[in-house]
Ligand binder design. Structure first.
Ligand SMILES: N[C@@H](CCC(=O)N[C@@H](CS)C(=O)NCC(=O)O)C(=O)O
Length: 223
């Protein structure tokens, strides 16, 4: 199985399925496309039906099996390799997890444009517009709501993923966690605990290390 991904420092959509596969130790290899490089279009032509990354290629499932778009890829990994355990077991939590992933996938334009993922950025704050502040508030509201489901008493040991166990929802919000860290966004203590937990995941550390060793600098928002 191969996952076609962009630059690890910038490609937030690539990070989502990559983290899911890596967290659950599903074996795969990577095909890299350097975004906005000279050969990007030729490689996209070859691997990416939608001319975007990520794309999952899995000839074990069937010949020329390709899935594009991060959410469709996460769903496919969950179905084909994880026996459904990457969504919460409880139906109410599962629909909530699906809803917040879809909301992330279809919105948060100000957050994506104004705070582009840049894993190796030394954390520091920037001036936030009203639009991005609204997106940030909504993310915090989502996280607090999810975290409250499994954190009955908010003691220090209650350091859970969004739905207790790691799920697609955590993989989906990993790039937002990275952005909140890079741009030193102020958050409530419980959210800060979640952010630190996510940043210290070995799978994210592995991604970040690779991002740090990439040399190119891309001056484009929302990639
Ligand atoms: N909705 C898509 C978005 C994919 C996307 O925009 N990928 C960016 C890189 S993170 C890309 O390939 N950009 C290149 C381009 O648009 O030419 C997904 O969820 O996978």
């Amino acid at each position: 199985m191969e996952l076609v991904i962009g630059n690890k420092n910038y490609s937030s959509w690539s990070l989502r399925p990559w983290l899911l596969l890596t967290y659950f130790e599903v074996k795969f290899s990577e095909i890299h496309i350097k975004l906005f490089s000279d050969d990007m279009h030729d490689k996209m032509e070859k691997y990416c039906p939608n001319k975007k990354v990520p794309v999952l290629i899995d000839n074990k499932i069937s010949s020329n099996f390709k899935v594009w778009d991060s959410l469709a890829i996460c769903e496919t990994i969950n179905e084909q390799y994880l026996d459904g355990r990457a969504w919460p077991k409880n139906i109410n939590e599962r629909v909530l997890a699906r809803s917040i992933c879809s909301e992330m996938h279809a919105g948060f334009f100000a957050l994506r444009n104004e705070l582009p993922m840049n894993c190796r950025r030394k954390p520091s704050s920037i001036k936030l517009t009203e639009a991005v502040q609204q997106d940030i508030s909504r993310v915090i509201q989502i996280w607090l709501n999810c975290l409250s489901l499994h954190n009955e008493s908010l003691g220090e040991d209650n350091n859970q993923f969004l739905f207790g166990e790691f799920s697609i929802a955590d993989a989906y919000f990993m790039p937002v966690v990275s952005r909140f860290n890079s741009y030193a966004i102020e958050v409530p203590q419980q959210v800060n605990q979640y952010i630190n937990k996510m940043l210290s995941l070995p799978a994210y550390q592995q991604w970040k290390k690779a991002a740090e060793s990439e040399k190119e600098v891309i001056a484009v928002a929302e990639i």
